[in-house]
Design a protein around this ligand. Structure first.
Ligand code: BTN
Length: 332
């Protein structure tokens, strides 16, 4: 049986409904309601069943809605977006957009989901993606630059995401190279960039963003590093539709600026938010482990380290890990 959005919509207010009530409202039998509930549960939706009262969601949720998201994206940027594909359940929003090239007339297309079954993080890690609590979104964008000229894009994207998050009222955001978004020394959001195209000609990039909005329901053990979420910091509910529009809007603005001027225009903002600046750090690459003092990034977004012998070196590559040696308790 397929996923039923009308059933999820009815339950989204967090109130109890009996199987009979739901069946009446949906025009189907109690048995059909039961089957639809099972489909939702198998996708990871937490539903309470109480004898004599019926079913309710563990907590009320604002479901993702394409019209609301599109309406909240600033008009100037919206014209560049051909649409936002909203899914209940998907393997990964990045995987979906990697498999969906833009047509000639498209510059950008976004995708967002309530649940990701195989959410992907950097370095092949899993991105834990439970139902209705966080933001899992991707934007596919056409750049006129070739792949070789995308140095620093992932850092520019980190800056764009912090600009969007700040619109919720959150203060004190930090960036950890290359683009992890931190708050109070805990990870709040992550970015995964995937590129398709030629090294010289135009290319398309899928920019994936995961933001912890209300992460209280999944266990700390499932995530291998300290994390935080917007709602527990702000102590208020956050509209995921509005936040999605803000993230997509800021990503599109940044993508256009980056295409014209590269990373240089984002560098100062990135450096201001660099949480490891001046700290003694360890940079791990598949080839080596390098220890040094973190001195920010160069004009291409490469990490600058002053090594023990006093020399200063830059380090490129998206898949390196950085671990604070002493002063900060953050994980790569
Ligand atoms: C990281 O910090 O490791 C990057 C996490 C990126 C997660 C987002 S969620 C939306 C998009 N789809 C994915 O499968 N991954 C990215």
């Amino acid at each position: 049986m397929a996923f039923s959005r009308p059933l999820l919509q009815l339950l989204s207010n967090g109130h109890f409904y009996s199987g009979t009530q739901l069946g009446d409202m949906l025009g189907c039998s109690r048995a059909a309601v039961w089957k639809m509930i099972q489909v939702l549960e198998s996708a990871g939706v937490d539903i309470f069943h109480v004898r004599g009262k019926g079913y309710r969601l563990a907590r009320a949720v604002e479901l993702l809605d394409e019209k609301q998201i599109l309406a909240a994206i600033p008009g100037a940027s919206r014209s560049y977006l051909s649409g936002v594909d909203v899914f209940f359940d998907i393997d990964s929003t990045n995987t979906y957009l990697m498999q969906r090239p833009l047509s000639h007339s498209e510059v950008g297309r976004a995708c967002i989901a309530e649940v990701q079954q195989f959410g992907r993080g950097r370095r092949g890690r899993q991105w834990v993606s439970p139902f209705g609590s966080n933001l899992y979104l991707s934007l596919r964008w056409r750049f006129s630059r070739g792949v070789a000229q995308l140095g620093g894009l992932s850092l520019a994207v980190g800056v764009a995401v912090t600009n969007a998050l700040r619109q919720t009222g959150v203060k004190g955001l930090g960036l950890k190279w290359p683009n992890d978004i931190f708050l109070q020394n805990k990870k709040l959001a992550g970015v995964l960039l995937e590129v398709s195209g030629e090294s010289s000609g135009p290319c398309e990039v899928v920019i994936g963003v995961g933001v912890n909005v209300c992460s209280t329901e999944f266990s700390q053990e499932a995530i291998d590093q300290p994390w935080t979420d917007l709602e527990s910091i702000l102590e208020k509910r956050v509209s995921r539709n509005l936040l999605a529009a803000q993230v997509i809007g800021e990503l599109m603005t940044a993508a256009q600026l980056f295409d014209k001027q590269g990373f240089a225009v984002f560098r100062e903002e990135w450096m201001v938010m660099d949480i490891l600046s001046g700290h003694d750090v360890v940079l791990m690459t598949p080839a080596a482990e390098v220890r040094g003092i973190e001195e920010g990034v160069d004009m291409d977004g490469a990490l600058l380290l002053t090594l023990g012998d006093g020399s200063r070196q830059s380090f490129h590559g998206g898949e390196v890990s950085l671990r604070a040696a002493r002063t900060l308790a953050v994980n790569a």
